[in-house]
Design a protein around this ligand. Sequence first.
Ligand SMILES: [Mg+2]
Length: 306
Amino acid sequence: MDIQVLVVDDSSTMRAIVSSVVSNCGYTPVPAASGEEAIGLFRQHRIDLVVMDVEMPGINGFETCRQLRKLSEDWFPVIYLSASSSDEDIIEGLDAGGDAYVAKPINDRVLKSILTAMGRIAIIQSKLDQANKRLERLATHDSLTQVLNRRGFDEILERCWRQSQREQTVFSIILADIDFFKKYNDHYGHGPGDECLHQVAQCLKSALLRPGDQIARYGGEEFVILLAQTDAAGAEEVAQRLQTALAKTAIPHDQSEVADHVTLSQGIADSQHRDGMLDILKAADDALYQTKRTGRNGYACARPAA
Ligand SMILES: [Mg+2]
C-alpha cells in the first residue's frame, strides 16, 4: 500500500528534512507550508498520515488537526513536531486529535521509528475499511446476480419513500417475474437456471438508463425495479424497454408457453396516494398477478390509489 503523508511545516528546511525521512520509510510525502494549505490538500488528496509542525503562522498545528478531524470520519494518525514539549503542550495536542508528539530538534531515527509505527496502524485501518466495504456489499448484494438483494433494496426504498414524502415527488416500482422459470430449471438444470438469472439481471440493469434507477433480486426469480421521480406512465415506458431488451437478449426457453425465449411478467405501481411502502409493493404485486393471469410476457399498471 502506498502511504501518502501530509508533511506540514512553515519552514522549508524542516519540510525537506521531514520529507526525506518520510521517503526513507517508503512513504510518499505531500508537503504543505501552512495549516491552511494542509487543509486544502487534505480535501483534494487521499491522505493516510499527517506529520505536522505545531508553531506556524496562521492556524497552528493543534487547530489544523481539529479541522482535519472534522473533515473526515475515517481515522488517520497525526504526529506533531514541536519545539515546546511541556506536559501541557502534549496534553493539548493529543486532546485536539493528535496521536503522537515528537520534540524538536528532531532526531531522524526517532521520527522514522514513530512514522513506521503509525504507518503500521494506518495500514491496519485501511484494511479494516476495505473489509467493512466488502462486508457491506455482501450484506446488500445478491452474490449470484450481482445486483442488490432484498435487504439492500429495502434500504433504498425506505430512503426513496422518505424523500418523496418530504419533497412531494412520485416514484414507481416494477415487480418483474421470469415466466415459467420452474420449467426452465426442470428442463435445463440448476446451473443453467442460475446463469439465466444472472443474464436476466444484467440485461435489465443495463436497460435502466438513469443512474438513480435501481434493480434488486427480490426473491427466487423475481426482481424489483425502483424508478425515482417517475410516475406510472413513465414506468410503463421502462417496462416496455425491459421487455424489448430481454427479447433481444433472446435466452432460449423451450418450455415457455408464451415465447421461444425467456420473458417477464411485470407489475407497476407508483407512490401517488399510497399509504406506505408496503402499500406500493402490494399494488405492484396485484398488477403482476394480473399480468400473469392475462397471458404473461407483458406488464400491467396498478389502479391509481384514491
Ligand atoms: Mg514552525
